[in-house]
Design a protein around this ligand. Structure first.
Ligand code: SAM
Length: 288
């Protein structure tokens, strides 16, 4: 692939050098496509996200863009130009790609006009300090990418301060999870921790650990979420919370159910818990 001389095109002059890519065998395209694999995301510490608004929001929150890709049809659009200029200014690369390349990278027939490769961001558990009125969600071995994405989105919407992944969890930076977060993956700090590390942190964190458990004796609406910052601990989709985690909880909470179903879907249960724990902090008047 050649760097085209686009100096007579005002859009490109402002943006700087834009690489035009139409071939699926282009090495950069291959590298970006490989981000569909967890191994490659881990090795490179990057991930792919799609959608112009989401990418602009992320850049404004300080997430750095390694590659910005836009479809030919988006050339010259002011917002695309702006984010392209910003990408170049911060050392990223801008690629103008054919629809075929965009489809192949995003694995979609009707892809978005813009996609970007971002650096992953993780917060170390040792940095997590909960202040008054803060709520975090801790997920024990969450397996389903859609559940995790929905939980991150819902935690953001409920005004939670972050999400912890305890044990072997699905990757929050997979394309499926990122899509399901609808942009909230950029809004909340994410923490990855082992079970023992989490238990040790809990002992000194000064938080109330409210674990949801199907054998929990307490109605989730009768728990005090106000006196101390709260971590809501949710169990694995198949096996629920292991005893070791349940035993570390200050309270075991249960959402009463009717009907035939034994349990609620994990993301639904997390949503119900979040909005109850933050009920006193959420008002329509305070909404933007
Ligand atoms: N078979 C699993 C068990 O026995 O625990 C079911 C797990 S459930 C699908 C996944 C998680 O969602 C649970 O570990 C819990 O955190 C939460 N959950 C689902 N229904 C709940 C309820 N009625 N009350 C409290 N938590 C619930």
């Amino acid at each position: 692939e050649s760097f085209k001389d686009q100096s007579r095109d005002p859009a490109h002059r402002r943006v700087g050098q834009v690489k035009e890519v139409t071939s699926l065998t282009n090495p950069i395209v291959k590298d970006i496509k490989a981000l569909s694999q967890k191994k490659t995301r881990e090795e490179t510490g990057t991930f792919l996200a799609e959608g112009l608004k989401l990418i602009i929001d992320a850049a404004e929150l300080g997430w750095s863009i390694r590659y910005l890709l836009y479809a030919k049809a988006a050339r010259g659009k002011p917002l695309v130009e702006k984010v392209a200029a910003r990408t170049v200014a911060r050392g990223g690369m801008v690629l103008e790609v054919s629809e075929k390349v965009m489809s192949s990278i995003t694995r979609k027939d009707n892809p978005q006009m813009v996609a970007a490769v971002f650096d992953q961001q993780w917060m170390p558990l040792s940095k997590v300090r909960l202040e008054k009125d803060q709520t975090w969600v801790a997920l024990d071995r969450v397996r389903d990418p859609g559940n995790l994405g929905t939980i991150i989105r819902t935690a953001d919407a409920a005004g939670a301060s972050g999400v912890m992944l305890v044990g072997d969890c699905t990757d929050p930076f997979s394309m499926e999870t990122v899509r399901a977060t609808m942009g909230s993956v950029f809004a909340l700090p994410l923490v990855k921790t082992g079970l023992q590390e989490f238990l040790a942190w809990k002992k000194t964190a000064g938080i109330s650990l409210v674990a949801t458990h199907l054998a929990g004796a307490v109605d989730y609406r009768r728990i005090d979420y106000k006196s101390r910052p709260t971590v809501l601990l949710m169990g694995n989709e198949q096996s629920g919370l292991p005893e070791e985690l349940a035993a570390a909880a200050d309270r075991l909470a249960r959402i009463p159910q009717a009907g035939l179903a034994d349990s609620l879907n994990l993301a639904i249960a997390t949503g119900i818990m979040l909005f109850e724990a933050r009920r006193h902090l959420l008002t329509l008047e305070g909404a933007e």
